[in-house]
Design a protein around this ligand. Sequence first.
Ligand code: UDP
Length: 336
Amino acid sequence: MAVLVTGGAGYIGSHMVWELLDSGEDVIVLDRLSTGFEWAVAPEAKLVIGDIADASLVKSLFRDHEIDAVMHFAGSIVVPESVAMPLAYYENNTCKTRALLETIIEGNIRHVIFSSTAAVYGNQGEAPIAEDASTNPESPYGRSKLMTEWMLRDASAAHGFTYTTLRYFNVSGSDPRGRTGQSTEGATHLIKVACETATGKRPAMTVFGTDYPTPDGTCIRDYIHVSDLAAVHRLALARLRRGGSNLTANCGYGRGYSVFEVIDSVKKMAGRDFDVQLCTRRAGDASAVVANSDLAYREFDWQPKYADLDRIVADALAWEEILARGNRQKFDRAEL
Ligand code: UDP
C-alpha cells in the first residue's frame, strides 16, 4: 500500500515522508511548491507538483497507485497573515480540503490523517488543554482548521472512511539525521528565529512580552520535536489500519517552556551569546499553551524519542548550519 502525503515538500510534511519511507511505506507527495521545496522531498518518494483541489490530478494518483491513506499537511499556517487575508485561508485550508475530501470519497480511500492545530482551542488559561476542551479559535487560521475538522467528522459519518485529527502544539527541531528541516524564509517561530540569531543569520531577536502571569513573565509553549510528531502520524495510521475508530488527539509533550528558557537553551547549545531585545506583547498571544497529550500516549502507544528542549534546539541548530553552508540535500530527480 502507498500513502499520499499532501504538502510533503513543506516543513512537517517532508519529515513525514522520511518517517514513512524509513518504515517501509511507498510514498506519493502532492505539493504545489508554494512554500515547500522540491529538494526537501526525499528522492525515494514520488513527487507530483500540483494542487490538492485538482480533482482530475488527484483521481489519477488514486488510479495509478495503491493508495489506502492520505496524510493531509498542505495548507497555510501563518496566523497574522490569516488575519490580513482570511478568505485566502478559508480557500486554501477549508475549501481545498473540501475538494480533496470529495476526491478521497470518490476514490474509496480508507483513511485520512489531518494536520490540525492547538489554535482551535483559543485562549484557555494556564492548565494543560485536553481534547474535550471547548474550541474557540481566535484567528481565521484556527477557524479554517476547525471547519475542516467538522467537515472530516461529517464526511466520515456519511461515507465511511476513518480519520485521525492531530492538533499540533509548537512543532520545532529538524530531522536528527539532517535530511530535512525548517527551511521557510522569514519564519516567525521562536526556536527557528532564535537559532537563526545564534547562527548569525539575524543580527538580533525580540522577545514579545515580559509581563505575562508566568514565573519569568514570558509566554509558555509546549515544544514538540518534528520527528516525534511524524512518529505520531505513523502510529495513528497503523491504528486506523488495524480498524481503529475516528480520533482527535493533541500532539505535545505536556510540558511547557518559557520564551526565556528557550533562548537560554539556544545560547547554551550554540555556545554563543546574542542580542535579545525586550518588547511589548505580540497581539493574540496566549500566556500559556500546553497540551494534555494523555490520549496520544495511550491510543498510539507513543513513546517520544526527543522530548527534551536541548535536543530539539540542537537539531534545529544543526539544520541552520546545514542551510548556512548551502549543503542541504541536493539531487536531480531526472536521474532517479
Ligand atoms: N516569540 C518571541 N519572539 C519571536 C518569536 C516568538 O518572543 O521572535 C514568542 C511569542 O510571542 C510566543 C512564543 O515565542 O510567546 C512562541 O511563539 P511562536 O510564534 O513560536 O508560536 P505560537 O505562539 O504562535 O504558537
